[in-house]
Design a protein around this ligand. Structure first.
Ligand code: ATP
Ligand code: ZN
Length: 523
């Protein structure tokens, strides 16, 4: 048998010649080239899908290599989409892979762009992008397979407009957020200190050189305490000196500077605002040398302490946090000096995990809140498991084949569960939720020049002789309603309604489905 025939012989035998031939003419969009994406790309290349567009916005990180097998150490910092496409192309010369290094939410990936594909496969890691692709697939009427993994658990769900539930038919809970002031000045639970450390302190010290003032402006608008916000503004500005010390080769005690600023000076500044502490227990400023000296009275046991506490992560006493903070800060500072521009929290990066464990525990101590060991901290962070990704990627292909063959009654919502005896559970698909604000809309495509098209004309054009009363929205912004026609003379561009966005035309009586008009460009 020739090489080309041998390569496809098994796939052809399993799929049957008809489906196999169909696949070689199938155009698929794969969004995400991370843990699931790499596995899935390998699968669909070997199955024989003809043309694969692979899109991912990210570059390869060292911590990806343990499970994203299309990448090697030499590829770190390169585009995930480009490298994955290059590696996987070699698996099957009959497949064309088109890599795109970009965000799927960019406006050029509009309805018409999605309509080019026969099927879309999601291999994403966040709700926002998943919801976006879901909406685009509903608007473009392109079948979608949605997927996700978390540790040993996984899920695969085929989605098809008018036939199955869409991703948004059942509202998903969004990750919990806390008010800025709770995180920055009045934490009362360990989680507040962890969020502070991961998303604020890490950014201020090791992230992009941005002042955290925008977030505070927003908090002030939302009515959070103005004086408290003013203090937090000064606190954020005072990070400059510490940032410089962390990056300068002459500074040897950057860890002490970090400590004194965040656990001593900043806390003292907050204590000045007495009225804040009338109804809650005030924090206690910590001192770098005092904790060190207290510890040194245990000098004889120091070695034991270091080996047991720090490396086993068995306790979260002040000494351990103190030492762990110093060591991890020095390691992170060395990385900055060694050429890393920014470092952000990554669960696979021990230096950042240590830094977050230590700094959030020291903050908890200052505020009299319970501390967490490194194990507990890591326990809250779900590791990515390569085999889970591999199983889920196989299931995605099976569901994709049902969608392409149109054997809809065979499609299932599949869960990978932590039950060795029954690792997979399958659920028959539910029909669309009649109240869904995404897949129950009627979609239309409008090709126009937004600098010339006028809102009022667009509405009239769409409704024709239909005289019903409507309100018009772009996302959550209301643009017009029966009592507000000021915008009707304005161009879409002046209203910031441009390519890739949707105008939602909502029936005032609520009798008819919302018309969702996606904007595309003129040929
Ligand atoms: N809006 C988006 N547009 C394009 N690609 C996206 C978008 N959002 C997320 N992604 C990509 O989806 C992929 C998800 O893969 P995965 O969950 O393995 O993430 P990771 O960052 O590689 O690993 P981990 O989060 O486990 O450390 C990532 O490569 C990410 O860049
Ligand atoms: Zn829906």
């Amino acid at each position: 048998m020739s090489t080309a025939k041998a390569r496809t012989a098994h796939a052809r035998a399993i799929l049957g010649p008809e489906l196999h031939d169909q696949l070689s003419n199938t155009r698929v969009l794969l969004v995400g080239a991370g843990g699931i994406g790499c596995e899935l790309l390998k699968n669909i290349v070997l199955t024989g899908f003809g043309e694969i567009t692979l899109l991912d916005l990210d570059t390869i990180d060292l911590s990806n290599l343990n499970r994203q097998f299309l990448f090697k150490k030499k590829d770190v910092k390169q585009s995930k989409a480009l490298v994955a496409a290059q590696t996987a192309s070699a698996f099957n010369p009959n497949v064309r892979i088109i890599p795109i290094h970009d965000n799927i939410k960019e406006p050029q990936y509009d309805i018409q762009w999605f309509q080019k594909f026969d099927i879309v496969l999601n291999a994403l890691d966040n709700l926002d992008a998943r919801r976006h692709v879901n909406k685009m697939c509903m608007a473009a009427q392109v079948p979608l397979v949605e997927s996700g993994t978390a540790g040993y658990l996984g899920q695969v769900q085929p989605l098809l407009m008018d036939r199955t539930e869409c991703f948004d038919c059942i509202p998903k809970s969004t990750p919990k957020t806390f008010p800025v002031c709770t995180i920055r000045s009045t934490p009362s639970q360990p989680i507040h200190c962890i969020v502070w450390s991961k998303s604020y302190l890490m950014g201020q010290l090791f992230g992009e050189d941005e002042d955290a003032v925008g977030e505070l402006d927003e908090a002030e608008k939302q009515g959070e305490n103005a004086r408290e916000i003013e203090t937090l503004r000064n606190e954020a500005q005072a990070f400059k000196a510490v940032r410089t010390a962390l990056r300068s080769s002459s500074s040897s005690d950057a860890a002490k500077m970090v400590f004194q600023k965040v656990f001593n000076a900043d806390i003292k500044n907050l204590l000045v605002m007495e009225d804040m502490w009338r109804s809650r227990a005030p924090p206690t400023p910590l001192d770098f040398d005092t904790i060190m000296n207290e510890t040194l009275t245990l000098k004889d046991n120091l070695e034991l302490f270091v080996s047991r506490c720090v490396w086993l992560g068995c306790c979260s006493c002040n000494f351990q946090s103190h030492l762990r903070l110093s060591l991890s800060t020095n390691r992170l500072a060395a990385r900055l000096k060694g050429g890393e521009d920014t470092i952000s929290f990554d669960k696979d990066d021990d230096d950042t995990l240590d830094f977050v464990t230590a700094s959030s525990n020291l903050r908890s101590t200052a505020y009299g809140i319970g501390t967490k060991t490194r194990w507990e901290m890591a326990g809250n962070i779900i590791p990515a498991i390569a085999t889970t990704n591999a199983i889920v990627s196989g299931l995605i292909v099976l569901q994709a084949l049902h969608l392409l063959r149109k054997t809809y009654d065979k499609m299932r919502n599949v869960h990978l569960q932590f039950k060795p005896a029954v690792p997979l559970s399958t659920i028959t698909l539910s029909p669309p939720n009649p109240a869904c604000g995404i897949c129950r809309d009627t979609y239309a495509l409008l090709l126009c020049d937004p600098s010339r098209a006028v809102l009022g004309d667009v509405i009239k054009g769409l409704l024709g002789d239909d005289k019903r009363e409507v309100s018009v929205y772009e996302d959550k912004r209301i643009l017009s309603d029966p009592d507000l026609d000021d915008n009707n003379e304005r161009t879409l561009e002046s209203l910031n309604v441009t390519r890739g966005k949707f105008l939602a035309i909502v029936d005032e009586e609520g009798d008819r489905a919302t018309i969702s008009v996606g904007l595309g460009v003129l040929p």
